[in-house]
Design a protein around this ligand. Structure first.
Ligand SMILES: Cc1cc2nc3c(=O)[nH]c(=O)nc-3n(C[C@H](O)[C@H](O)[C@H](O)COP(=O)(O)OP(=O)(O)OC[C@H]3O[C@@H](n4cnc5c(N)ncnc54)[C@H](O)[C@@H]3O)c2cc1C
Ligand code: FES
Ligand code: FES
Length: 480
């Protein structure tokens, strides 16, 4: 891979037409390209993944490893990341007659100023082929005009097969469904240069490690939902990028009797589907994590690699005692996630290393008979918002309901995601009842020194740290 010749052209397919691009910047966003090439149906609202106006459908691998239309925010996708892929934009879905989701939006009055409409149409389009036309299909699309109800009705109408349009197309019988039969969703290797930038997409871990050694200045990219902001807003042109999306070893998700191992480049929507019901606290946090367009690209490796103190998965993974598998050219090592976060946005990753996977053990403490585990996210909005505080708790109890193991993990309360280790130790041996909770709450309130920022004051965060633990007790004891 490292000796492979760099190509100066990229190909991608947009609305069924193959496009060959020469010398373009690999970090130009897909949205910027669409706009520059006159395909202006796809809109820019925020440019940072929040509004969904720029939603396109990309044919990618679903949890069944088969091709699916996946809604994604084109404002966050580096152009080179979709090389070789099939993209559908709003211009491409009507074919002499409106697509059922378009027809339903017209019939229910789902569009007023219309700026958000292309994004809604594409989110509904992707959900139509997956038969997932519930509210969550449009949770990543904002509309200022319609009050949402007409859009919701449009989705419900299509879902129940009531679009009432003469020319309704049926899933399974149209050209988009037919297309899915003939696409290979696997990404191919890529070594591209354009605009004096390089973009590599190796398919083997060993190639990625060698590339990293040859290009110590390079930046690793997975779903680009964090890095995409740099490209979209700050127009940052990274000189060398190594994409981890196509690496087979990083795409594995294995469920064993004792543990689950999730490849670092597995997108969150796939984790959500495959592991549903295995770890309740993970299910809950994924539900509140961004929106579908982001979860279709964001990876677990990116969430811990970015080391944000308000990342939502670290508290869950810390409370489940997860480990991180890390590879370098000299070999592999596995460390507890608790040792991975070193300081604000600093991790234990050494130069030349890549996160390979996250390992979550399933076993409860040896002398325990049952486990209680849940997570909580407090933000200003329900979905698609950043946490003020995120918390995840795992408590193992013996047959007399005494605590034999406790892990209390938080985000948004310190420079890194953290566990309340001293308090966990105090909980051991105590009965799981309200008296214990009331004894522990004051200690939790003073356990960390969170900051005041525009999302919440330090005092508010301290209250959340304690009160979320009480909420956990109340919920898991059936007291609410
Ligand atoms: C609209 C929006 C909403 C969001 N909502 C949430 C939310 O609710 N909760 C939340 O926690 N986050 C949220 N995020 C942030 C982001 O989506 C997550 O952090 C995501 O998991 C990042 O994954 P990625 O694959 O996109 O990372 P990338 O952007 O590709 O990479 C992020 C960082 O991790 C590094 N990296 C990636 N993979 C590896 C690897 N395998 N080894 C070593 N380093 C690696 C990269 O070099 C980079 O520094 C949101 C982002 C957006 C745009
Ligand atoms: S422009 Fe708002 S999500 Fe892309
Ligand atoms: S119709 Fe105006 S923003 Fe949605």
């Amino acid at each position: 891979m490292t000796t492979q010749r760099l190509e100066n052209h990229l190909t991608l397919t947009i609305n069924g037409e193959m496009v060959r691009l020469k010398e373009v910047s690999p970090t130009m966003t897909l949205l910027q390209y669409l706009q520059q090439s006159g395909q202006t149906g796809t809109k820019e609202g925020c440019g940072d993944g929040d509004c969904g106006a720029c939603t396109v459908a990309v044919i990618g691998q679903g949890c069944d490893r088969k091709p699916h239309y996946q809604a994604m925010n084109s404002c966050l996708i580096p152009l080179a990341a979709v090389a070789g892929q099939e993209i559908v934009t709003v211009e491409g879905i009507a074919n002499g007659q409106l697509h059922p989701v378009q027809a339903a939006m017209v019939q229910t009055g789902g569009s007023q100023c219309g700026y958000c409409t292309p994004g809604f149409i594409i989110s509904l389009f992707a959900a139509y082929y997956d038969r997932t036309l519930e509210d969550a299909a449009v949770e990543g699309n904002l509309c200022r005009c319609t009050g949402y109800l007409p859009i919701r009705r449009a989705a419900q109408r299509v879902a129940s097969g009531q679009s009432g349009d003469e020319g309704v197309l049926h899933v399974g019988g149209d050209r988009f469904a037919a297309k899915l039969e003939h696409v290979t969703p696997e990404l191919s290797p890529l070594s591209y240069t354009g605009n004096n930038q390089q973009f590599y997409r190796p398919t083997r871990l060993s190639d990625a490690l060698q590339l990293l050694q040859h290009h110590p200045e390079s930046i690793l990219v997975a779903g680009a939902t964090d890095l995409g902001l740099e490209m979209s807003h700050h127009r940052q042109a990274f000189p060398v990028m190594i994409s981890l999306e196509a690496i087979a070893e990083l795409q594995q998700l294995e469920q064993m009797a004792e543990f689950v191992e999730i490849g670092a480049a597995v997108p969150l929507s796939r984790i959500e589907d495959i592991l549903r019901g295995v770890f309740p606290s993970l299910d809950e946090m994924l539900h509140w994590f961004a929106a579908r367009q982001v979860r279709n690209r964001a990876t677990i490796g990116g969430n811990i690699g970015t080391a944000s103190p308000i990342g939502d998965l670290p508290p869950v993974l810390l409370s489940l005692d997860a480990e991180v598998r890390i590879a370098g050219l000299v070999g592999e090592r596995t460390i507890p996630l608790a040792n991975f976060f070193k300081d604000y946005r600093q991790t234990d990753l050494q130069p030349g290393e890549i996160i390979v996977s996250v390992i979550i053990p399933k076993a409860i403490a040896p002398n325990a008979t049952r486990r209680l585990s849940q997570s909580y996210k407090v933000g200003k909005r329900g979905t698609d918002d950043i946490s003020i505080v995120a918390a995840a708790f795992t408590i193992d109890l013996d047959s007399e309901d005494r605590i034999v193991q406790a892990r209390l993990a938080y985000g948004g309360v310190a420079a890194t995601p953290v566990r309340a280790i001293a308090i966990e130790q105090q909980l051991i041996g105590k009965p799981w009842n309200m008296t214990t909770i009331q004894q522990i709450k004051p200690l939790l309130e003073t356990a960390f020194t969170p900051l005041t920022d525009l999302r919440g004051t330090a005092e508010y965060r301290k209250l959340l740290i304690a009160n979320l633990f009480e909420k956990f007790f109340v919920e898991t004891s059936g007291l609410q």
